[in-house]
Write a protein that binds this ligand. Sequence first.
Ligand code: ADP
Ligand code: ASP
Ligand code: MG
Length: 317
Amino acid sequence: MKVMKFGGTSVGSVKSILSLKKIVETEARTQPVVVVVSALDGITDRLIATSKMAQQGDEHYREEFDAMVTRHHQMIEAIITDEKKRIDLFNNVDSLFDQLKSIYYGVYLIHDLSKKTEDTIVSYGERLSSHIVAAMVKNGVRMNSRDFIRTEKKQGKHVVIMEETTQLVKEAFKDLSDKHIYVVPGFIARDSETHETTNLGRGGSDYTASIIAAVLNAECLEIWTDVDGFMTADPKVIKTAYTINELSYVEAMELCNFGAKVIYPPTIYPVCVKNIPIKVKNTFNPEHPGTLIKDKIEDDNKPIKGISSIKGTSLIT
Ligand code: ADP
Ligand code: ASP
Ligand code: MG
């Protein structure tokens, strides 16, 4: 089996989400596939910005909220042609938006935005996108990652409890078959004790996918994004950056820990210990081979593989 994770830009537009559909359905013809999705491009930022407006008593938060509803509605209108499916999907999505509207109104009324409330609000991005993708792909089944990704609070951060999560992931996917495409919202989790909604940190959908791939002993973890693989530098900064064909886990970890945003740093570890390869691929250019990350790579005599950078950071030695 394979775990395929699609980031925000891959589910952000009609063109990219239809490309996702094609990629995933082709793969599912030959093996079971688990698809992990992020929120629609920019939605997580918008959910946060809107909650800050509501907290400050700025009534314009309502317009921001309506714009998010419209964006999701337009996406559904454009990609779901089957009427019954579309009505069901609208019902699911609108009931999530009803909840979210009430939460924002509460924040607006009491001018208070606790961490717990913010975590609840940001979870709606992936909850919405996963409903849309599950309805769009053939034989899609939506899985609730809050049922099997469990966290605990350590030094103010939500940390995955691996033992509990491993058991729950095994249980959730025990009947895995190639008759369905399993769609999982990335990023979101649940606190083991309080059962409150939590998350794995910004960019955390990669990590969700890696945990599932490791527990299910996937043949491969694929990270589908908006560039042709892991590159020698951020192509948005260095125009001449080019794709690195192969990287070792250690090299990838180094680059990710020091700013290569293409993979969320904690992602590498769970698959590295199981020796599961990671492929970084471009949803907008699926024919491109992308980058293969694995244990040992051919020595290509290049002393420098890539350059990464972190903005606004000082290092004291
Ligand atoms: P997604 O929404 O798919 O998770 P991200 O925005 O998190 O995508 O990561 C992809 C982005 O990472 C690229 O668009 C690119 O600008 C940036 N990036 C930074 N460093 C690199 C690198 N070395 N190789 C490829 N992309 C990189
Ligand atoms: N949607 C979340 C974020 O924007 C998680 C992710 O995209 O991986 O950070
Ligand atoms: Mg990302």
